[in-house]
Design a protein around this ligand. Structure first.
Ligand SMILES: Cc1ncc(COP(=O)(O)O)c(C=O)c1O
Length: 417
């Protein structure tokens, strides 16, 4: 055995001992879903009761009653400020933007997207990406075409080629700011490329612009994101653009407001579709949000308090990864400037094993592969870390376990060679 190999074997034996210690500790830690921590939810507790018996809108509408499927005007205005569009382009809905995305896909599948001579509807899916976008596609039998996400956003040239070559490609999922899970934001050229795509793509092509992390910055000077709707309006192709946002990670994740923005004509058609399933969303919740959040300036101020709670958690993840894995050729990871996740890549073929090792030591991670369509990461490298929910001491231990598992799996791999 060479000295190097001997050292590796000794290190592996020490790590195995450490790992056995974690197993014996009976840990129960969870780094799976990107949920706000309880202290973050506490920030919005005064939402409850803010209406204090006043249920009337400025125009005299009683929000306790039926009606108003596009949402109350005040909530549409709030959504318009978050998405930087006009209020007449916005629908203010219930508590989940994901539901609006699902309902929009459902509407298009029923009305305009069809299989063509046996060829299914197809979507371009940036990878790694948001697992729930992919499960919507799976649910509707939409074929997913994975496209790697670059540092500046997706490769627009490749997207244009794909869309030009295949009429069955009807949509693309985008998380343009602080992408889930990599944290990347699209640069100006990429947004311009999407505006061009809106301009050239015909046949009911839709850009799903999921702006879930529009106000979720982790730095004091966030880079601005160019406005896709404005660019698309300039060329008259706003029908292809669908923007989504919500207050899920601003107020209460289970009781917030969601927004959808598109052209006024497309919005009217979608609202007709919604009319078969409901008379209106929860307007009382819309009104209490508007009274409490008021406007984008107040939202941004409120988000500073969220940042104060979660930034130290992201810093801890970076510190642990850098301390234990830097320079070892075992993993690479992202350093997000906003959003809810850190994306980590192991060496090829090891992600699943790392997730299994962590689970056996009491640390739950998002299943390896979840960030890819059909749950299949072809290189088996990507692991999504969600640091916001656990308490900082729990996160500390969970990260120790994770880096130990990465080292163990990497060394075992190297010693096998
Ligand atoms: C990219 C992205 N979109 C949407 C959502 C869900 O949003 P909502 O709570 O509004 O349904 C999430 C939640 O993690 C997300 O990461």
């Amino acid at each position: 055995m060479t000295t190097n190999r001997q050292e590796e074997a000794q290190r592996y034996a020490r790590l195995q001992e450490q790992y056995a210690g974690y197993q014996a500790a009976g840990l129960k830690l969870d780094l799976t879903r990107g949920k706000p921590a309880t202290e973050q939810l506490d920030l919005s507790d005064t939402l409850d009761g803010i209406l204090d018996g006043c249920y009337l809108l400025q125009d005299g509408t009683d929000v306790r009653n039926y009606g108003g499927i596009t949402g109350i005007p005040e909530a549409r205005q709030l959504g318009a400020e978050m998405l930087e569009v006009n209020p007449e382009n916005v629908l203010a809905g219930g508590n989940s933007s994901l539901t609006l995305m699902y309902q929009y896909v459902s509407y298009m599948m029923r009305s305009r997207w069809q299989t063509d001579g046996g060829a299914p509807v197809k979507f371009i899916c940036q990878v790694p990406g948001y697992d729930r976008h992919f499960t919507i596609c799976e649910h509707f039998g939409i074929d997913m075409l994975p496209l790697p996400l670059l540092d500046t956003g997706p490769d627009m040239g490749r997207i244009e080629e794909l869309v030009a070559a295949d009429e069955q490609i009807k949509g693309i999922w985008c998380v343009p700011q602080y992408s889930n899970p990599t944290g990347h934001s699209y640069d100006e050229q990429t947004v311009k490329g999407f505006a061009r795509l809106a301009d050239t793509a015909v046949r009911d092509f839709r850009i799903f612009w999921d702006h879930a992390y529009a106000v979720h910055h982790l730095t004091d000077k966030p880079a601005p994101l160019a406005n896709l709707m404005l660019a698309a309006q300039q060329t008259g192709h706003q029908d292809s653009v669908l923007m989504f946002a919500s207050t899920s990670k601003i107020t209460f994740a289970g009781a917030g407001l969601a927004f959808l923005a598109t052209s006024t004509s497309e919005l009217a058609a979608f609202v007709d579709f919604l009319g078969f399933q409901m008379i209106g969303f929860d307007k009382v919740n819309q009104l209490r949000h508007v009274k409490w959040l008021e406007n984008i300036t107040k939202i941004n101020k409120h988000m500073e308090q969220h940042k104060a709670i979660i930034k130290p958690k992201f810093e801890l993840v970076e510190k642990k990864l850098a301390e234990k894995l830097s320079g070892k050729n075992m993993a690479s990871w992202t350093r997000p400037r906003g959003g809810y996740f850190v994306s980590l890549d192991t060496n090829p073929g090891l992600a699943m094993q790392v997730v299994e090792l962590a689970a056996a030591a009491g640390v739950k991670l998002t299943p390896a592969g979840a960030t890819f369509p059909y749950g299949k990461d072809p290189a088996d490298t990507n692991i999504r870390i969600a640091p916001t929910y656990p308490a900082i001491n729990e996160l500390d231990t969970a990260m120790d376990v994770l880096v130990t598992c990465i080292e163990l799996a990497s060394l075992a791999d190297s010693l096998r060679d």
